[in-house]
Design a protein around this ligand. Structure first.
Ligand code: DGJ
Length: 731
């Protein structure tokens, strides 16, 4: 059992394998938060709650008690206008303009299975036997109800939360804010770890103490964005990769989001996560409901590695779907950095042939194959084959590539439109723009209004006709700008605040239709690299192009940050040419491949023009990837170093779940002479097992490798890299 209700004390206890979550209905029917953290097998944590008269923290009328204040007592979901002055989790306006809302407990239900969220991604049951607790709260004056949903995945230590609002009042309401979850902490000084960045430098990691006041991390770009990721970790100060208490929250949503964390006058901490209330207001009519996106929450008392393992497992097994969810993805060659827009059939077949000779399994035709598209100024929206480039059509090209023994994949950017396109000339009103104002352009392109059914129908029909015209087994779904000028010509003036959310709902609807119609096609998400790398997208795309930065050394930090929340199999990563197109760096091909192998692996260069010795290496790399793929895809991932620390290397390790195999990866990033050897301590092995390291005659116990570590002598050269396969000794 994972959900308990103590009727005598009115206490809900949610148990996972290693954590306990507790809340209580108090004497005035407010739902107060008691505890979340290390597992408490039995017991009521109510004694921790302080009741004291704090000046300027008022008291609910019915309490008639100066020591009872909603401003001081931890809340399970904070409301607005009722004397809790910390950040509120919701804000709704009644027809009469009132925005005071007092949700009080009226009941609960425990259900088998998960909470399904209509039209949005959610964590599903993969034979884990989850249970869902629904707690019903109601504002007695308006009759409006809130349902707080908690789905418990016991073994994975995951709690999925979301909120459903039911308008049972007699009038229309405007929702200006409705967060997916609120988490109150007291007696804890927490640090925040979050993931910020920019195009080609996504998910950089920052860890810092929380200041007094509000820390907010958000996107208002219409996508989850390169700039901030919709996930956060809060941890105790002493928390490391291996020790300490930490909490992770990751939103299952791909649009505008807000993570706001307040440290208040009493050092209490509140963390809210959900749809960004800026540019959001949603009308909910009498009898209608509004569902928030879901958030996955996990707690680890064994540091950050375990927290990542919890997220990796949940996302890999209970979010990703489709044929390729657990199956090995084909090693691909993508022509983008090899040709950009400058290609024809002959050039493509040449690149494909060279790649297939070296053992690559799929060719991906990137941007430029459709409409009039010789650069990025035109053609988006015209999803028909450009015969100037592919003179014999797509089916012919695909057939030729299939005949080389390779699968074929293709690039789309469905949500976008170029002004110079037939689609724009025919349907200028399909564009996201405010009447009488010129829209903002980015990469010289405009955005299609995905909240419109006719737009979605058009896209579904032209994507389908391309997919049906040839044997296409992979799609790269790109999206290359941030959205602004939020306005939809099909929404009434009272509903314009719904645009951003409706855009995402429209996108999800279209993607769902595609994954249902084409269950065998592998989809890879992309938004100028990793600008929409979130759990929502991973429900449709089991992998996402991690970054447009293909420089192996820069990728070390990008992939490090990505690994805190997202499983390694979801990270699209390719070996590209030198000098690298983003940095000019000339890193050797071994290092480039070792870094790219930590993900869904591929190449993005013309393999026809590399040296003979490098071709031999590529063949070898493919063999190695095939050998290690299962540990990389399914194994437990350990970060063994921190970028920007004093470490002179970046190292990371995979360990198979049965602890019999491991793969250690090292890139020496700060070489300096006159040093001791390089020593790296491994993690996650069985301390009593005996292991052999490839090309090393010595026998080690897990204990030795984890405490003494391995020794690398005299690393030398430009960013030398090592990949060591470690296996339990037979017999
Ligand atoms: C951005 C992507 O991240 C690139 O890989 C490439 O597909 C280009 N778009 C094409 O325009």
């Amino acid at each position: 059992m994972s959900i308990f209700f103590n009727e005598e004390k009115n206490i809900f206890t949610l148990q996972t394998k290693n954590s306990t979550y507790q809340m209580k209905v108090d004497e005035f029917d407010f739902l107060i938060h008691l505890y979340y953290g290390n597992k408490i097998e039995q017991g009521n944590m109510e004694y921790l709650i302080t009741k004291t008269d704090i000046s300027f923290s008022g008291n609910p009328f019915e309490a008639n008690d100066r020591t009872f204040s909603l401003d001081v007592i931890p809340q399970e979901y904070s409301s607005v206008g009722i004397g809790d002055y910390r950040i509120s989790s919701m804000n709704l306006i009644e027809e009469n303009g009132c925005n005071v809302f007092e949700p009080k407990y009226i009941g609960y239900k425990i259900k088998d299975g998960v909470k399904k969220i209509e039209g949005m991604p959610y964590i599903y049951d993969n034979q884990d036997k989850p249970k869902t607790l629904e707690i019903y709260l109601k504002d007695k004056i308006t009759n409006i109800e809130l349902v707080l949903n908690y789905t418990i995945f016991y073994d994975m230590d995951i709690i999925a939360r979301s909120v459903t609002l039911k308008n049972n009042s007699n009038s229309i309401i405007k929702l200006n804010k409705i967060m997916s979850s609120c988490l109150d902490f007291y007696y804890k000084d927490l640090e925040i770890i979050h993931f910020y960045g920019r195009h080609a430098m996504e998910r950089m990691t920052e860890r810092r103490g929380l200041p007094y006041g509000i820390t907010s991390i958000c996107s208002k770009r219409g996508t989850s964005s390169h700039q901030h990721n919709p996930s956060v970790i809060l941890c105790e100060k002493n928390t490391t990769e291996d020790f300490g208490n930490c909490y992770g929250m990751a939103l299952v949503y791909s649009g505008n989001f807000l993570i706001e964390i307040e440290k208040d006058q009493l050092e209490q901490i509140r963390a809210n996560i959900g749809i960004n209330p800026e540019n959001f207001s949603y009308e909910v009519k009498k009898g209608e409901i509004f569902e928030t996106p879901q958030v996955l929450i996990t707690f680890s008392n064994e540091g950050l590695s375990k927290l990542s393992h919890n997220f990796h497992k949940a996302i890999r097994n209970n979010i990703c779907r489709g044929k390729y969810k657990l199956q090995r993805r084909p090693i691909l060659i993508n022509n983008w950095e090899a040709t950009y827009f400058d290609f024809d059939e002959e050039k493509i077949l040449n690149i494909a042939k060279q790649a297939s000779d070296l053992g690559i399994e799929m060719f991906v035709l990137d941007d430029g194959w459709f409409g009039k598209r010789d650069d990025d100024n035109s053609g988006l929206g015209d999803w028909f084959v450009n015969k100037n480039k592919l003179k014999n059509g797509l089916a012919h090209l695909v057939k030729n590539i299939n005949n080389m023994g390779m699968k074929f994949g293709i690039w789309f950017e469905p949500e976008m439109i170029s002004e110079d396109s037939d689609l724009f000339r025919k349907n200028p009103d399909w564009v996201v723009k405010v009447p009488n104002r010129n829209p903002n352009k980015s990469r010289n392109q405009l955005v299609l209004d995905m909240s419109r059914k006719d737009v979605r129908d058009y896209l579904f029909s032209c994507i389908s006709s391309i997919l049906d015209s040839a044997n296409i087994e992979y799609i790269k779904w790109d999206m290359n700008r941030s959205i602004c000028d939020a306005f939809s010509s099909v929404l009434s003036k009272d509903k314009q605040g719904e645009f951003y959310h409706r855009y995402i709902l429209g996108l999800y609807e279209l993607l769902e239709k595609i994954v249902v119609k084409y269950p065998n096609i592998l989809l890879e998400g992309c938004s100028g690299g990793g600008g929409r790398f979130d759990i929502g997208m991973l429900y449709y795309f089991p992998q996402i192009w991690c970054s447009d930065n293909t420089d192996a050394i820069e990728r070390l930090e990008i992939q490090y940050g990505t690994s805190f929340i997202y499983p390694i199999c979801s990270v699209g990563s390719h070996v590209s040419a030198i000098p690298n197109h983003q940095t000019g760096r000339k890193t050797n091909i071994d290092t480039r491949a070792i870094v790219a192998m930590s993900g869904s692996f591929g190449y993005e260069m013309d393999l026809g023009i590399i040296e003979k010795e490098e071709k031999i290496k590529v063949k070898q790399q493919i063999k190695e990837y095939l050998k290690y793929q299962s540990i990389i895809h399914n194994g437990l991932y350990y970060r063994l170093s921190e970028p920007n620390s004093k470490d002179w290397y970046t190292a990371w390790q995979f360990v198979s779940e049965d602890l019999k195999e491991s793969l250690l990866n090292i890139v020496v990033t700060k070489l300096g002479p006159n040093r001791l050897n390089l020593n790296i301590k491994l993690k996650g092995l069985d301390k009593n097992k005996k292991y052999k390291i490839q090309n090393d005659k010595k026998i080690y116990t897990g204990d030795m490798l984890m405490n003494g570590g391995i020794v690398l002598k005299n690393p030398f050269g430009d960013f030398p890299a090592y990949q060591l396969y470690i296996k339990e000794m037979e017999g």
